[in-house]
Design a protein around this ligand. Sequence first.
Ligand code: GDP
Ligand code: IMO
Ligand code: MG
Length: 425
Amino acid sequence: MAGVVIVGAQWGDEGKGKVVDILTEHADMVVRYAGGPNAGHTLVVGNDKIVVRLVPSGILREGKECVLAQGMVVDVSRLVAEMDELKSRGHAHVERLRVSDRAHVILPYHILIDGLREQKSGGEIGTTKRGVGPCYEDKAARTGITLGMLRDLRMAEDRIAKAIERWAPTIRALGGDVPSAREIATALEPLAARVVPLLAETSKLVDDALRAGKRVVFEGAQGTLLDVDHGTYPFVTSSSAAAGGACTGTGIGPTRIQRVVGLVKAYCTRVGGGPFPTELHDAAGDRLRKVGDEFGAVTGRPRRTGWLDLPALRYAARVNGLSSLAVTKLDVLTGFDEIKVCVAYKTPFGETDDFPIDQLDKAEPIYRSMTGWTEDLRATRLIEDLPRAAREYVRLIEDAAGCGASIVSVGYRRDETIVRVDPFV
Ligand code: GDP
Ligand code: IMO
Ligand code: MG
């Protein structure tokens, strides 16, 4: 049995797409367990760049099973559009996707409410406006529509009508027009015809694969600090993005997971609102954004940039139970004379190595200054061949996390990667 979770250890966009694509070469199945089209995972193969939103990042490798599990929220129109795009780009096997019949459907009123709330609050959370939050709200309120319910659209329409009735006062208060259940159900007809044949009891599919000794990658979306329980609440997404979500979101037990690989970008980024203690508002921050091409894969928004936060990494290592790391975008730091790293925090109660998640507004990062390097890292394939300063930087990250880096990524291309240990072993 070999279940490996790949989880973002920061605020998302750590390079999960690239790493999952690499690991899938040695895997049999890739499972997305949380989130929805708020994710944007970038895959670069040759000169082809593909951003997947709902479809797992294993999709570029033919013969691997790709699963959307029940912790996800699925906008079926976006799923169908994404499948069509992948097919038009030569990945016809996308039709073999399996989708949980208990994942929830994002409907037009979820997107409407998400957008109206963002507008009214002046973009306080800065959501992706994909309807993700309101859809999870319906799930928790037991007024949601599951994908399985699309098998009987007449019944689904009744449930949609009830959900709209519940949301109507909110929509009106936000200045929106209450949509018609009839119109929504009619628009769902052709989409349901495409998606219903993909539905399956995916929890059993995944468990069977693991029992048969297959290698399964659980692909996280978002990141630990955006997790609804463990993130910088309320500036979070609405799902269980952290590693524990792989179990609840897939419907497998914790004993099925052997390894948890934490994705750590060599610096930090955040899209949207919320605390970001090591954020930079200077030339160094601009440089990280430019060299790292830090613009949202979903919304195109410039990402906020800042130095690496080791207390935050320690926190992520703990709540995810990380067994190893994949350090990404090390190449982006090339050419900095000085690289700063937050090693601890000053708080009203004294200094701490812990991430003061409930007092970030009163906490001040304490930095250690590291010497930079000038060498281009992109051709490096062995950790020993990294410049000494870069090697030390990786070691500092490993020491903070309390586990080794099994992968160090030194460029966005597949081959620009140092693979030290096969995380399946
Ligand atoms: P994800 O959401 O975690 O999958 O990450 P995104 O795809 O949103 O953002 C990561 C970006 O960094 C993408 O544009 C990747 O192509 C790129 N990327 C991934 N790894 C590396 C790396 O090691 N170096 C550089 N320069 N770019 C990388
Ligand atoms: P990947 O998988 C970075 C952020 C949004 C916003 C907050 C809530 O590509 O790493 P939502 O639309 O989920 O209700 O927005 O979460 N966010 C992400 N930030 N990467 C992501 O996904 C994100 N998905 C959501 O910017 O701050
Ligand atoms: Mg992303």
